[in-house]
Design a protein around this ligand. Structure first.
Ligand code: F0G
Length: 443
């Protein structure tokens, strides 16, 4: 399979980045095939040479690419990830980039959701509008680009569904064989279908996500398969662009809070790194606070927050929000740094609160998967507790699409009387229509 070649990007620098271990400080070349430190197994982080332009000039460069994207910009400019390439992977050559394109997701406001959360206004950054229907595509375009740069023989990940579909899509485009490990019986049929349709090899493991990740790490060590879970530092670089893009959409005016669902903590880590860099480069002059929201049955990070992360916690995870059903988050240290740097907050919400938020997000025609609704439920909880003021400016990130978990949406709506439970005859259907119309006009 051939890889599409992007048009040359004159401003793309040949400047190499450094990959550094956050635990032991070892440094690696930016063409490393390692997803974790070869010395100590610690998490790696990518550091770029600072772009020449800073502050207003850098904002202008990103804005110009956005403006040019629709008609004369390069393929990289059309991507909501590679538009920010100086902060993603500046040394990637145009022909190495594996891009759908992705990103460019909408920032929407719906009064019903704001009033549910107890706020005057609330914006929703909808990452379900990415090509494989979740935010994972932003990290995956960077990880598969890196896989091409190092000549990976195969790529692998453990997944609760979204990562597997995203990996399968980008591996197909790159022409690299892909293996995904998913926990048995816990992944939405839609995501399994998507993953297989894109041509990835799928292994359903007896165990949970944490077991899958442990096996994926072991298999990648033993078989030399490139691991692209969110502990992979290049995934983090791509995921940073959720924050960069939403700041750009707000005219580079920081909101007061950015809320997101938190499971394996890759995204929390990426958001913290994005804000640290955006602030250091003068893209923004004030750092928004991060709110990481966990499901109460899978909340080791929220428990850690309550004692200032004195110890690293692990739990056996249980929640109907399958995407964040994770008990031993891999990016713990990086996420702690993100919460501390942004003076952020971590909160746990019950499944009932998640589904209440989801019903409101769905009913206003926006819709999201259960885990994503945690970012709205968490805001409501903090407004209730007086930690977020009702006039503060908040962005909740909806990480995935409503169709990830259609059964959850269907069950809630049929139970609420919106759908007929059984198929009806023609006459019964007419009677049903009349009843629904007269009850809604009498309201
Ligand atoms: N929201 C959605 C829709 C997700 O799919 C995930 C993670 C998260 C939030 C949590 O993000 O792990 O970076 O804290 N899904 C992974 C997967 C685990 O395999 O698709 P995180």
């Amino acid at each position: 399979m051939s890889v599409p070649t992007l048009t040359p990007i004159p401003s793309m620098s040949e400047q190499r980045s450094t990959v550094r271990c956050a635990s032991c400080g070892a440094t690696l070349d930016d063409r490393t095939a390692r997803a974790t430190c070869p010395n100590c197994g610690g998490l790696l982080a990518v550091e770029h040479v600072a772009p020449k332009a800073k502050g207003a000039a850098l904002r202008a460069l990103f804005d110009e690419r956005l403006g040019a994207a629709s008609y004369r910009g390069s393929a990289a400019d059309r991507s909501g990830v590679w538009r920010f390439r100086e902060l993603v992977l500046p040394a990637a050559r145009p022909e190495e980039i594996v891009s759908h394109p992705e990103g460019n997701t909408p920032l929407v406001a719906r009064e019903a959701v704001a009033s549910f959360a107890g706020l005057d206004a609330l914006r929703l950054k909808h990452e379900g509008h990415n090509p494989s229907a979740s935010f994972k595509d932003r990290g995956m375009t960077a990880a598969l680009t890196q896989a091409r740069r190092i000549g990976a023989r195969a790529v692998a990940c453990a997944s609760t569904g979204n990562t597997s579909a995203s990996l399968a899509a980008y591996a197909a485009q790159a022409g690299i064989p892909a293996f995904v490990l998913v926990p048995e019986g816990r992944v939405s049929t839609g995501k399994l279908a998507q993953t297989l349709a894109y041509g990835a090899h799928m292994i359903r493991l007896r165990g949970d996500f944490d077991d899958c990740l442990e096996l994926a790490r072991e298999a990648s060590e033993q078989l030399g398969i490139y691991l692209v879970n969110s502990l992979n530092p290049f995934r983090v670089e791509g995921q940073k662009t959720i924050v960069l893009e939403l700041l750009q959409q707000l005219g580079w005016e920081s909101p007061d809070w950015i809320a997101l669902p938190a499971g394996n903590l890759g995204n929390t880590a990426a958001f913290g790194k994005a804000l640290r860099e955006a602030h250091a480069l003068g893209l923004i002059d004030r750092v928004p606070r991060l709110l990481a929201v966990q499901a109460a049955g899978a909340a080791p990070f929220a428990a850690g927050f309550s004692d200032d992360f004195a110890t690293r916690r692990r739990v056996r995870a249980e929640t109907a929000a399958t995407a964040i059903r994770i008990g031993d988050p891999a990016s713990w240290d990086r996420a702690v740094d993100a919460i501390r740097f942004t003076q952020g907050h971590v909160v746990a919400v019950s499944d009932a609160e998640i589904f209440a938020a989801k019903r409101v997000v769905d009913a206003c025609g926006v819709g999201c998967e259960p885990a994503s609704a945690a970012s709205v439920a968490g805001v409501r909880t903090l407004v209730d507790r007086g930690i977020i003021g009702r006039d503060e400016r908040v962005v909740s990130v909806l990480t995935g699409h409503l169709l990830k978990d259609p059964d959850a949406a269907l069950a809630a709506r049929v139970a609420g009387g919106l759908g007929s439970e059984e198929p009806l005859t023609r006459d019964e259907a007419l009677g049903h229509l009349e009843r629904v119309l007269s009850s809604s006009s009498s309201r």
